[in-house]
Design a protein around this ligand. Structure first.
Ligand SMILES: Nc1nc2c(c(=O)[nH]1)N[C@H]1C(S)=C(S)[C@@H](COP(=O)(O)O)O[C@H]1N2
Ligand SMILES: [Mo]
Length: 210
């Protein structure tokens, strides 16, 4: 975990400084069982909560030294991060080259300082959704809380004001309409994970269901 974290942080620092060169994209970008789409389908639980920015808050706590509750202004004052990544939905569509802007998970972790006991992260959303990831999955250079997509504020149906993006996992591991992030000393399962979806959710091994 330590070496992987340092390597991720180095890649992230190059992106932050604008020195990262566009990644040469492999020809094999489509994970097994996926098809490429150019639209952006919407998947939700039948609710699209509308959270005005002046009432938006992001609570970050649990196994951390410095728990915080961020207002929208606090969130936007954090270092802003832009990245391009591919998006894989378990319902078999993938969209390439999604341009995200927001705050890196690495920056949030630096702010709250996870305790050594923290091994997992649990996410809660305004629509009752939840999901979970190991901390080392979150501490990667392409993981962020996004407020913009393709140069414009994230539309409500895609999770605006802000959603989590974890590009190397199926998209259900990224909570839309995020409201709370809890660092945990154990794993607890989120909404789809308790309903038969894989807890590891790796698109490259077709790891869809548990
Ligand atoms: N809060 C919340 N986040 C969510 C979901 C949801 O229903 N509610 N659906 C998940 C699923 S299953 C997928 S595939 C992606 C879809 O994101 P999109 O609607 O922007 O395509 O969001 C994920 N995050
Ligand atoms: Mo999904």
């Amino acid at each position: 975990m330590k070496e992987a974290y340092i390597a991720a942080k180095e890649r992230w620092a190059r992106k932050m400084s604008g020195q990262a060169h566009a990644q040469p994209r492999s020809e094999n970008r489509l994970p097994p069982g996926q098809r490429q789409v150019t639209n952006f389908p919407v998947l939700d639980l039948g609710v699209k909560p509308e959270i005005p920015q002046d009432r938006w808050e992001l609570k970050i706590g649990g196994q951390v030294e410095n728990p915080v509750t961020l207002s929208w202004a606090d969130f936007m004052k954090l270092p802003q991060f832009k990245d391009v990544s591919d998006f894989h939905c378990v319902t078999t569509w993938s969209q390439f080259d999604m341009a995200w802007e927001g705050v890196s998970f690495l920056s949030l972790a630096e702010l709250v300082r996870p305790k050594p006991a923290a091994t997992h992260v649990f996410f809660k959303s305004h629509d009752g959704y939840s999901t979970n990831n190991p901390l080392d999955v979150m501490m990667d250079d392409d993981v962020l809380i996004a407020h913009s997509w393709n140069g414009a504020p994230l539309p409500v149906e895609h999770g605006g004001p802000a959603r989590v993006i974890v590009p190397k996992k199926y998209a259900w591991k990224g909570a839309k309409w995020i409201r709370e992030i809890t660092f945990m000393d154990r794993d607890i399962l989120g909404f789809w994970e308790v309903r038969g979806y894989s807890n590891t959710a790796d698109p490259w091994t077709d790891d869809r269901f548990s």
